[in-house]
Ligand binder design. Structure first.
Ligand SMILES: *Cc1c(COP(=O)(O)O)cnc(C)c1O
Length: 400
């Protein structure tokens, strides 16, 4: 059998599904932001009043609204999600030379944040259903490689301390948090959630980002809610929240006019202009989530009729934001994947593969890694398809 013979019917079925589910347009991006509420009013107010930068009412307002939406006791907003994760790791205790367990299947920012915090990424495998870190494989792996000394957990092979475990909720689907929290507890490794993709996603009724020491959100342009660029640190610990604010605002001691700083810190504060956009976006999040879920439901039904693919659905007991819809080929096959990607993109439906695995990126090949066979399988079989909320008709959007 040659590739053309086997792939042609699958390719045709997928194009039929996308034509059926999506509106008729020359090109449909993967994820477009939607500005249909108070965005313009709030941003204009910043410009009209001159409060565009590091002082202004929207920063605090946005933080309170994030707390309200996620149920997190404390939110501290930042310039982007990478910065939020960087500082979250520092606050969880990651320091120079520490190893941090992260999934091989993630966006590069997860690994970069570890290095920015002085650490070394240590890659592990994922599950085939949630796409997040596999807690069973992780426990088994750690049992083989770690040793405990004076309350800390060390990698016996490298001699480095393992200072944090960073699960990521892939494409918005909550990962097996209970399983990972048990590993975190049993091995005494603090858990920090990379919740960059999962605003609006719930694990057994509780919003993601509320399970570890702290968590990071992202408001990049392609995420569910955007501030242009932005992020947030979530935590239940008031002292961590206080330090998060301090470290992201140059460690300036509060004073009416004096400039006094008490440690080396970062200028990671989110500008008022971006926070204004965020406040308006958050007001429309429930409506955007409703339409994203409707889109996912249409894909679920349409893709279930195609043999050879599986729609990636929300895990049992979870409520996902369906940030990016995706399907898996039953048989991992990079050539087939790329042929289908070519056909979908060629027909005006933006589709993309998942990230190249982090353990294979040139700057990370020397880092420790478990066997990542599931991640490799997913890399060779996953395709993301258009997921913007605007692809499902909305009643209350104002255009112009
Ligand atoms: C988007 C994202 C981030 C943060 O990205 P920024 O662009 O810095 O906001 C971190 N981790 C994951 C998994 C992401 O998808």
């Amino acid at each position: 059998m040659n590739l053309t013979d086997t792939a042609a019917p699958l390719q045709e079925s997928l194009l039929t599904v996308l034509r059926h589910v999506l509106p008729a347009k020359p090109f449909i991006p993967l994820h477009e932001p939607e500005f249909a509420g108070n965005e313009w009013n709030y941003v204009k107010e910043c410009i009209d009043t001159g409060w565009v930068s590091s002082v202004g009412k929207y920063v605090e307002e946005f933080e309170r609204r994030i707390e309200q939406f996620t149920g997190a006791p404390h939110a501290v907003v930042t310039v982007n999600g990478t910065a939020a994760l960087h500082v979250a790791l520092v606050l969880a205790g990651v320091g120079a030379g520490d190893e941090v367990i992260i999934p091989a299947l993630s966006f590069v920012a997860t690994a970069n944040a570890v290095v920015h915090a002085g650490g070394v990424p240590h890659f592990v495998d994922c599950e085939l259903d949630t796409l997040g870190i596999d807690p069973v494989a992780l426990r088994d792996y750690l049992e083989r490689i770690v040793e405990r000394r004076s309350g800390n957990t060390y990698n016996r092979v490298t001699g480095r301390r393992i200072a944090a475990l960073v699960p990521m909720h892939v494409f918005g689907h909550p990962t097996d948090i209970d399983g990972l929290l048990a590993v975190s507890k049993d091995f005494n490794i603090p858990l920090v959630e990379d919740a960059a993709e999962s605003l609006g996603s719930y694990y057994h009724g509780r919003h993601t980002g509320n399970f570890g020491v702290c968590a990071a959100l992202s408001f990049n342009g392609n995420k569910v809610v955007t501030t242009g660029g932005g992020g947030a640190i979530l935590t239940g610990d008031p002292e961590i929240a206080r330090m998060a604010k301090h470290l992201t605002t140059t460690a300036k001691r509060p004073h009416a006019w004096e400039f006094q700083h008490d440690q080396v810190a970062w200028n990671y504060r989110m500008p008022n202009l971006n926070a204004a956009l965020g406040c308006a976006q958050l007001e429309r999040l429930p409506d955007m989530l409703k339409r994203k879920k409707e889109l996912a439901a249409r894909y679920r039904v349409a893709l279930s009729a195609i043999k050879g693919v599986r729609f990636i659905d929300q895990p049992e007991g979870c409520d996902s934001n369906f940030w990016l819809n995706a399907f898996l080929l039953d048989t991992p096959d990079m050539a087939l994947r790329d042929r289908l990607l070519g056909a979908l993109n060629g027909a005006g439906f933006m589709a993309r593969p998942t990230w190249g695995l982090l353990n294979k990126l040139p700057m990370y090949t020397q880092c420790p890694s478990a066997a990542v066979t599931n991640a490799e399988r997913i890399e060779a079989s996953l395709i993301n398809i258009p997921s913007s909320p605007g692809l499902v008709g909305n009643s209350d959007a104002q255009h112009g």
